[in-house]
Design a protein around this ligand. Structure first.
Ligand code: OOB
Length: 552
């Protein structure tokens, strides 16, 4: 089975509660476009589209895609940066019932081929080049196409090279059968812990609820201007409440081409942005940079920070520095969202990740045996609810481990609940590195590292980093005859791995520390590679007494 449904009694409950309204996502703009056709829907450098215009572009593109042969239920891998074209494309795919598979601009052949192959995608949509680095996505597409036989089309936003220009996928709007609201609308990529990332089916009903309830919690309205800084392919800027949430509220999406403080502050000033979402390192950078900026960012009312741990000290600086309210967001592409609420006192916002979004989010905090921990104690977070997946896409084996028998998703996060029921994230059990919000699966990276001829075995662990929170450390055992760290950057690059996954630190070991059952002891390894304040990591070896400054 591709997609695991919710049990019937929960379907009934979510409908009765009004969470699921039976509306497909393609209806998002319809009403506003009809009643306020001239209201601004999208702003970007030198460009402004009204609701009527965005609505029509969605319809024309949907008709054009149907003419190309894209059918309801087909998968289309979308790997676009924050450019205007991404919005009509998503709307068109929602309307015709084809599923966008959302990749990040940083992905390279390894990730993009996996997305196309694991979904049997019929089309792959890319920009022409990255204006900052010159990276040519059409060359990437050539490689992907050669390795993904299901692809029938490569569509390019911009100069198409050998491929089809996205702007020519265009036809007179015509009525299309609406997809069922219980069908998947989009496939999101999991930050996941397995060798290759799993895909998360989000249905029209569940994702509509996700963005609608999020827009409400954030107080979005028709005059809200949401600045998209993080890549829109990520759940946070897409629907929490993100660009889709602000369109639902009748507000305006503004696109920011780069998260750098200069560019972002200029965009806030120019578009009079009222709300945006960033990861903790960006929030910290902006809080510093604002002191030297002449830009007027006074329109900003709310900055959402999420994706990785935000320290209370860093949190306390953000609101005063940027002159707006801070909201902490703990979320996951799999579903569950937890938000501090507008008007919460500053200490609550600095020290908790707030309440789950929905009254029907079910939360359990359990020990290793799966038993509920005493109130207030730290444990593994399990959750199910009206917008949390019941199973990964085409992954029956993995689903047996990732979910309890009664359908709770095992998040892999360690949390506690305050007396009021707020969530506080204390760490995680899952085997990944959270590099300032970018998730790197240890398993995936280890598999690449083990393919290097000099590498006998590899174990990937996080090392603390002042700016990113964590960086990636590759611990290696070398084969006989090799005694120096190999050049992994070129090697991993050649394997088509996204640059952010390339290890920041490499350490060579004679042996890995093992647990009592003979597995690599990652906790011990992480401790061993964590520099003491008066020593460098390279001087440490596993087993050094007090080698770590933190334990997880
Ligand atoms: C967001 O989604 P993903 O799927 O990239 O990553 C989810 C994981 C969580 O399981 C948790 O381990 C970590 O990222 N995380 C946080 C956090 N927010 C996410 N850890 C500590 N504090 C936080 N505030 O990252 C995501 C999706 C939607 C909204 C916001 C973030």
């Amino acid at each position: 089975m591709d997609v695991v449904p919710w049990p019937e009694e929960l379907v009934e409950r979510y409908r009765r509660a009004g969470h699921w309204q039976g509306r497909p996502l393609g209806e998002l703009l319809r009403e506003r476009a009809r009643e306020h056709p001239d209201a601004p829907a999208l702003l970007s450098d030198g460009l402004s589209w009204s609701y009527a215009e965005l609505d029509e572009r969605g319809d024309r593109l949907a008709a054009g895609l149907v003419d190309l042969g894209v059918r309801p239920g087909d998968r289309v891998v979308v790997q676009l940066p924050n450019i205007p074209e991404i919005l009509p494309l998503l709307i068109a795919l929602f309307r015709l019932g084809a599923l966008p598979v959302l990749g990040l601009p940083a992905y390279r052949a390894s990730e993009a081929v996996h997305l196309c192959r694991s979904t049997d995608a019929v089309a792959y949509v890319v920009p022409d080049t990255d204006p900052d680095t010159g990276f040519d996505y059409r060359e990437l597409a050539a490689e992907v196409r050669a390795k993904a036989p299901s692809l029938r089309h490569v569509l390019v936003a911009g100069e198409p090279g050998l491929y089809t220009p996205l702007r020519e996928v265009d036809a007179a709007p015509r009525p299309l059968p609406a997809p069922a609201a219980g069908d998947p609308a989009v496939l999101l990529v999991s930050g996941g812990t397995t060798g290759l990332p799993k895909l998360i089916p989000r249905t029209h009903d569940d994702y509509f609820y996700n963005l609608r309830a999020s827009a409400e919690v954030c107080g979005l309205h028709e005059r809200s201007v949401y600045l998209a800084v993080l890549p829109i392919g990520h759940n946070f800027p897409l629907a929490c409440p993100g660009v889709l949430g602000v369109l639902h509220a009748g507000g305006t999406v503004a696109l920011c081409p780069s998260p750098s403080p200069e560019t972002a502050f200029a965009a806030i000033e120019r578009f009079r942005a009222t709300v945006t979402a960033v990861v903790p390192p960006l929030a910290a950078l902006w809080s510093q940079a604002v002191r030297w900026s002449a830009a007027d960012i006074g329109s900003l009312e709310l900055v959402q920070v999420g994706g990785a741990r935000l320290s209370p000290d860093a949190a306390r600086l953000i609101g005063p520095a940027l002159g707006c309210e801070l909201q902490q967001v703990f979320g996951m592409a799999e579903g569950l969202l937890s938000y501090t609420r507008r008007g919460d006192d500053a200490e609550t916002v600095a020290t908790t990740q707030g309440f789950p979004l929905s009254p029907d989010d079910e939360i359990r905090v359990v020990d290793a045996a799966g038993e509920d921990v005493p109130p207030g104690a730290v444990g593994n977070l399990l959750t199910r609810g009206p917008y949390t997946l019941r199973g990964y896409y085409r992954a029956p084996e993995h689903n047996l481990r990732a979910f309890t028998a009664d359908g709770y998703y095992r998040t892999g996060d360690l949390v506690r609940l305050t007396a009021e029921g707020r969530l506080v994230v204390e760490g995680r059990e899952k085997d990944l590195v959270n590099r300032g919000g970018d998730k790197i699966s240890a398993d995936e990276l280890q598999n690449h590292l083990r393919a290097h001829p000099a590498v006998l075995d590899a174990a990937v662990v996080p090392v603390p980093d002042l700016y990113l929170g964590e960086r990636t450390c590759a611990c290696l055992l070398l084969r006989d005859g090799h005694d120096e760290a190999p050049d992994l950057t070129a090697f991993l690059h050649d394997r088509g791995l996204a640059t952010y996954k390339i290890p920041d630190v490499v350490r060579i070991f004679d042996a890995f520390p093992l647990t009592s059952v003979g597995k690599v002891d990652k906790r011990e390894l992480a401790r061993a590679v964590t520099p003491k304040t008066d020593a460098t990591a390279s001087e440490l070896r596993p087993g050094d007494p007090g080698a770590g400054t933190r334990s997880r």
